[in-house]
Every structure is written in structure tokens, then in C-alpha cells.
Ligand binder design. Sequence first.
Ligand code: 0O2
Length: 222
Amino acid sequence: MQAKLKNFKKNLLYYEAAMKQLKTYLEILNTEISFLDIDNPINHVSTRIKSTESIILKLQRKNLPLTIESLNSLNDIVGARIVCDFLDNVYLVSDKLKNNKNIKIIEVKDYIKNPKNSGYRGIHLIIEIPVSIDGTLKNIRSEIQIRTVCMDSWASNEHKLNYKHVSTSKEVKDELRANAEQVWKVDLSMNKLYQEKKVKNKGIIETIENISKYKWRVQNEI
Ligand code: 0O2
């Protein structure tokens, strides 16, 4: 029993270490993107280790026993959520992560192109993070969810009103799905305005870049 408990606690250390690494990768990504773009496309980032209650419920939903093997079969004990302002930014961030040499992508789930029946939208990247503790290396699976602010606010409310509640009526589910479509229309419209603004700003950004290049040359020539 003692050995089992020790093993369980050691297993948790891997998740905690993986979450710290994931947090660092995402902080670096955020800095990289804000360096490349005048408006930082990332609104906010959060990371979490799944609560014990949520782990137990998920294992029950999947008919799995409460063992370390079952825990390791879940992809999202360590998770991160990146919330972007506009739809194009979701794909930009997703592409940046796919190109990141520190991160091994296992699976990409595009619930924007293929929304879930509930109306849920977002991109999920299932990744593996290598963690070495006491000389033993384990690849810890984690899930990164990337959504727009609109998708995130819908998902947050739907999580409270419907998701995982088996008793929710068909009427409520239908209304939530209809709301997801309204939110999607807002996302598309906001994204169109964003693209138009980017085209207008392109000239201004080029001018700023040219001025700084010129200043740099003048300084070097003096
Ligand atoms: P929580 O409480 O948010 O952590 P798999 O991992 O591939 O075996 P799973 O877990 O069904 O299968 O993966 P999926 O559906 O790709 O992603 C699961 C996570 O996405 C959920 O985590 C939610 O965070 C989110 N999600 C998926 N569908 C919905 C939905 O219809 N509504 C809302 N609000 N969120 C959704 P958890 O662990 O299920 O829950």
C-alpha cells in the first residue's frame, strides 16, 4: 500500500513538471508572437492540472478503473487554453505550435472546421512533453485548446448549463447550439473587420519599419 501511494505521488510529480514546462513554452510563444505583431493576437493563456473530481468523472465516463495506467491514458490531465481575439489568430497560434521543435504533436482536432454536436468550437492539440524524474523519462500527454474570445465565453457558459449534465432537456441543448451559431457569426464578422484593418495598417507598419531602418543606417554611418 505504501509503495502504491509513493508511486502515485511520484506520478503526480510528472504532471506538475509537465505543466511547468508547458507554461514556459507558452510564455515564450507569447513573447515571440508579440514581437512579430503590433497587436498581440493572444488575449490570455491559462494552464491547469485536472481536478481529482474531474479525473474520476472522466474515468467513469470512459469505463476505466482508477489506476495509474488509466490516468496515463487520459490526454488532458495537464492542459492549457490559449484564448485569441480573432479567428485568424487561432490558426496562427496553432501553426506556430505545430512548428515548435520543443513540442511533439500527437494529434490535431479541429472542432472549428468540424464543430461538435453541442456546437462547441476550438482547436485541440494533443502533445507530448518529455519529463525526466529520478533518471526515468516519461512522455506526458497534454491538451492545448485554442479558441477565440467568443468561442471561449460560449464554452464556459455551456459547460455550466449543459456539458456533462445528462439531464439537460433537448430544448436547452437546441438553444445552446443555436447560440453557438450566433457566436460563430460574430466571430466571422469580427475576423473580416480584423483582416480589413490589417490591410489598412500594412502601409503604416511598413513606414514605421522603414523609418527605423533609416535611423539605424544614419546612426551607423555617423
Ligand atoms: P473539462 O471539465 O473541461 O476538463 P479524448 O481525450 O480524445 O479521449 P475527449 O476528452 O472527449 O476525448 O476529448 P475532446 O472532446 O476532444 O476534448 C475534451 C475537452 O474539450 C473537454 O474536457 C472540454 O474542456 C472541451 N469540450 C469538448 N466538448 C465540449 C462541449 O461540448 N462543451 C464544452 N463546454 N466543452 C467541451 P473535459 O475533460 O471533458 O472537461
